[in-house]
Every structure is written in structure tokens, then in C-alpha cells.
Write a protein that binds this ligand. Structure first.
Ligand SMILES: [Zn+2]
Length: 145
């Protein structure tokens, strides 16, 4: 079997023949949904940053190691929800995640407006990404007044 590792060194969560799932996450519903003969997909989002104070979503996250990761659906969701959406590229497994970890990110949607076509990559560290998120949070906090 093709043994893949997640970012955190655990066996990657794959869909082996037979549909059993080896990871910690229970994906039985997703696996079941994939058996439906329909012209629709069942898509996972990797994360949504939500303000704890007002319960409003701020940023949709797709996290990948693949700079070619398709994001057209993320763009559609971000536009319809009038949110920010980002594709963040993280290093391969075995790397500590701290503020010095190198990453790159591309805004797919900003303030509900999708950037289609060429991606503009930002390169830096997780600390730089944190600063970027802080600016989105600061903008959001203005809506509380
Ligand atoms: Zn809020």
C-alpha cells in the first residue's frame, strides 16, 4: 500500500479499497456520500477562522503542500459568503510548526472578491502569516463598534 504521512507524521488519511478509514477522523459519511450517483461533489474545507465574540466567519482556509491545488470552489464559496479565503502552503512532514516555519500563501478571495487566474504568492514564515491574519482581525474588530 502506498504509505503516506500527514504533516504531523501520522499515517495519512486515505481512502483504501473497501472504504475503511485508518485515520482518527471518522469519514464514513463522506465515503458514503461518494457512492451516490450524482453530478455533485462533496467538498471539505480545511478551516474557517471565526470571531469568538460575534461568531462571524472571517477567513476560509485551504491548507496544502501543493501549489497547484485547485481553488475554484474555494473562490466561489468565498465570494458567495463575502469572506476572505486563502490557500496556504505548508512544508512536508517532520517540520516543527512555529513562527519561523517557512510557508507561502495566496489570497484566493479578499473581502468577497475572488482573484481568478494567476495566483500572487506571499512567501514568509508562519509568524509572517500570523501578522497577516492579525490585520484581518483588526479590520474585523472595527465592525464591533
Ligand atoms: Zn467579531
Amino acid at each position: 500500500m502506498n504509505e503516506q504521512r500527514s504533516l504531523f507524521g501520522e499515517p495519512a488519511k486515505t481512502h483504501p479499497p473497501g472504504g475503511h478509514y485508518r485515520g482518527k477522523t471518522d469519514r464514513r459519511f463522506q465515503d458514503y456520500h461518494y457512492t451516490w450517483p450524482a453530478d455533485y461533489w462533496y467538498i471539505d474545507l480545511d478551516g474557517v477562522e471565526v470571531c469568538q465574540r460575534c461568531r462571524q466567519p472571517l477567513i476560509l482556509y485551504e491548507v496544502s503542500r501543493d501549489v497547484e491545488k485547485p481553488t475554484s470552489i474555494l473562490a466561489n464559496i468565498g465570494e458567495r459568503a463575502a469572506l476572505h479565503a486563502v490557500l496556504i502552503i505548508v512544508p512536508n512532514g517532520g517540520v516543527e510548526f512555529d513562527d519561523s516555519t517557512p510557508v507561502q500563501w495566496a489570497w484566493i478571495v479578499e473581502d468577497g472578491v475572488a482573484h481568478r487566474g494567476m495566483r500572487t504568492w506571499n512567501r514568509g514564515t508562519l509568524g509572517d502569516w500570523r501578522a497577516e491574519v492579525d490585520s484581518v482581525r483588526a479590520e474585523h474588530k472595527e465592525t464591533h463598534r
